[in-house]
Design a protein around this ligand. Structure first.
Ligand SMILES: Cc1ncc(COP(=O)(O)O)c(C=O)c1O
Length: 394
């Protein structure tokens, strides 16, 4: 059921509303079962049982063992723990100092890698991507070697929707025994990731992208992966991530993940129909537009474009005033006049990259909402283009 009144929410890649069944699962752990999972007494035991049940649920869905799941505070923290933890450990142990990432990563990966190059003696190298932002496996084969500390690649791209060939990339890394991290923060809501231990060593998740609460995430760390704890303290999460666990949010994350990977996956063909309606309509109705990301190998809910002669932020403001909540890239960048690094990374000229729009659908999106959107968008684009002609005095 859509609970947003007259407003039409088309920004599910930024965040999702918490499913009411998730809220219900979380509630007891705020008051009745509020214990600290590290405490010895019954209150602690109850909290610990809930924590371990949540861990087992997520492990079962991924087809891995529960001791391979570490809870964190968000997708960003999971990405940081993966990159820093593994790269530091492999540098200390083997002198490995190269970090390989794609040029289309989320800032949680790209800015982390950049800081490790600027301050911690690592060399960051970018993998080659095509014009859809898909990493070229042959290029990875060429550059990978034992001195690579970690390879990190985004699974489903948050800005352009493309789905990377992560299984193939992961196999290449495994052949060289180089740890492979996949940022699965966006893909977890849309793709089955069961059996990921066969091709990856670390995978990041964040609950708020799949109808769970904000402020909780998880990192899959395959058994035997070298990793230095980044947050030290009381030794929770097997010493890899100290800090008292956020039990209600972790319980909520597990419930949300279960729903996403069962009934959520069964909705994907419906989302694809709605997404394709938007893509086809925009391409047919609006001149000077380009779809960003792969036309078919993309997240089911994701449509993204650049428009000639349009200021993306102005478009967002007009869309908002007309009742549509969209984004011009990742949520963190909204309002930032610099062109997106991801769009530049796939070869879009800076001026055109400033005219970007991301429309992401979710389980509450209706065909009627999509129809309203495809009618409104060309009118608003025209309005902006006409306004800029007036400003230029043409
Ligand atoms: C691909 C990707 N990675 C990481 C993150 C960061 O996740 P969080 O918001 O949970 O910190 C996001 C959030 O937009 C994302 O889309």
């Amino acid at each position: 059921m859509n609970t947003f009144g007259d407003r039409i929410y088309l920004d599910y890649a930024a965040t999702t509303p918490v499913d009411s069944r998730v809220v219900e699962a979380m509630l007891p752990y705020f008051d009745h079962q509020f214990g600290n999972p590290s405490s010895v007494h019954i209150f602690g035991q109850e909290a610990e049982a809930a924590l371990e049940y949540a861990r087992e649920t997520i492990a079962r869905i991924l087809g891995v063992t529960s001791d391979e799941i570490v809870f964190t505070s968000c997708g960003t923290e999971s990405d940081n723990l993966a990159l820093r933890g593994v790269a530091f450990e492999r540098k200390i142990k083997y002198g490995a100092d190269r970090i390989l990432i794609s040029p289309v990563e989320h800032h949680a990966v790209s800015h982390t890698a950049r800081q490790m190059a600027d301050h911690f003696g690592f060399r960051v190298e970018f993998l080659k991507v095509d014009s859809f932002g898909m990493v070229d496996p042959d290029y990875l084969r060429k550059v990978i070697a034992q001195d690579v500390a970690i390879v990190s690649v985004i699974h489903g791209n948050n800005e352009i929707g493309s789905i990377n060939p992560v299984m193939e990339l992961g196999q290449i890394c495994r052949n060289y025994q180089v740890p492979f991290h996949v940022d699965a923060v966006q893909s977890a809501a849309h793709l089955s990731i069961k059996g990921l231990d066969e091709w990856c060593d670390l995978a990041s998740f964040g609950a708020h992208k799949f109808y769970g609460p904000k402020g909780v995430g998880a990192l899959f760390i395959r058994k035997g992966t070298p990793i230095l704890p980044i947050q030290t303290g009381g030794g929770q999460e097997k010493g890899i991530r100290s800090g008292t666990q956020n039990v209600p949010y972790i319980v909520g994350m597990a419930k949300a993940f279960e729903l996403a990977q069962t009934e959520g996956l069964s909705m994907q063909s419906l989302l694809i129909q709605l997404r394709n309606r938007i893509i086809t309509s925009v391409q047919n109705e609006i001149e000077g537009c380009r779809l960003t990301g792969h036309p078919t190998e993309r997240l089911a809910n994701h449509a993204s474009f650049v428009f000639d002669g349009v200021d993306g932020n102005q478009l967002l403001v007009l869309l908002d005033a007309a009742g549509f909540a969209c984004s011009s890239g990742s949520a963190c960048k909204t309002g930032d006049p610099k062109p997106s690094e991801v769009l530049l990374g796939i070869g879009i000229p800076p001026k055109l990259a400033l005219g970007s729009l991301r429309v992401t659908l979710g389980k509450y999106t209706t065909p009627e909402e999509v129809e309203k959107f495809v009618i409104a968008l060309p009118l608003l684009i025209n309005k902006i283009r006409n306004m800029s002609l007036v400003v230029k005095g043409l």
